[in-house]
Design a protein around this ligand. Structure first.
Ligand SMILES: *[C@@H]1O[C@H](CO)[C@@H](O)[C@H](O)[C@H]1NC(C)=O
Ligand SMILES: *[C@@H]1O[C@H](CO)[C@@H](O)[C@H](O)[C@H]1NC(C)=O
Ligand SMILES: *[C@@H]1O[C@H](CO)[C@@H](O)[C@H](O)[C@H]1NC(C)=O
Length: 198
């Protein structure tokens, strides 16, 4: 009798532990990483998202899917484990997934517009209410001015050399003008002590 109860409590404890481990491993909605992506307007942007095998296996129910949201939870698309997408908002066909690569939950946005910028969230769900984990992607605009600045920083010696050439051309030009307008008429008159201001 006593043995039975002991076994009973032991079983209960074991059972509770197993349950709590499962409860912890699922629906914990852990934030895995944040990625920064920059794209110039009108160019394409790849928003990366993948989850490791262990996480995908943890999601045991048959109803596993990734949901992409933008900003304050504007739903864009749900991607099944098989890669099959269901769109809420594909932004005129500019938002695409990779259905032929199961497990690659990345998003490709073509011809990026200003309204596309901001924070995206790629969240792995088991069923409709159990969020296992999520990743964040910040899409920022690549400003062309910063590209030019980078170019200047990378090529400062060419810029400096160009500047030096322009300055020397200017000096040469100034000397020529002085020679023609000042020196030449004076030297014709035979006076060699010129060029100095008296
Ligand atoms: C992303 O950008 C933010 C803000 O500029 C910065 O604090 C963060 O370190 C960046 N993250 C990565 C992974 O580069
Ligand atoms: C997903 O597919 C895109 C486009 O082919 C590729 O650039 C990216 O590296 C892939 N990501 C993974 C995790 O395989
Ligand atoms: C998910 O949660 C919502 C509100 O929290 C609830 O109304 C709904 O019934 C839940 N769905 C499932 C499948 O548990």
């Amino acid at each position: 009798m006593l043995l039975c109860i002991k076994h009973g409590t032991l079983w209960m404890i074991l059972c509770c532990d197993v349950m709590s481990v499962i409860g912890q491993s699922q629906c914990r909605s852990s934030h895995l990483q944040t990625t920064n992506v920059t794209a110039a307007l009108d160019s394409d942007a790849l928003l990366p998202c993948d989850f490791n095998e262990n996480l995908l296996q943890e999601a045991r129910s048959g109803d596993v899917a990734v949901v992409w949201t933008h900003g304050t939870m504007i739903n864009l698309v749900e991607i099944k484990l098989s890669g099959q997408p269901s769109y809420w908002d594909h932004r005129g066909g500019r938002v695409r997934t990779f259905p032929k690569m199961p497990g690659n939950f990345s998003l490709l946005i073509s011809r990026v517009q200003e309204s596309d910028l901001g924070r995206y969230r790629c969240e792995l769900f088991d069923g409709s209410n159990c969020s296992i984990a999520y990743e964040v992607v910040e899409l920022r605009q690549l400003k062309l001015i910063s590209v030019e600045t980078l170019w200047l920083v990378d090529n400062w010696y060419f810029v400096a050399a160009g500047g030096a050439i322009i300055v020397s051309l200017f000096i040469t030009g100034a000397c020529c003008v002085q020679y023609k307008c000042v020196k030449a008429p004076l030297s014709r008159s035979g006076n060699l002590a010129v060029g100095r201001k008296t």
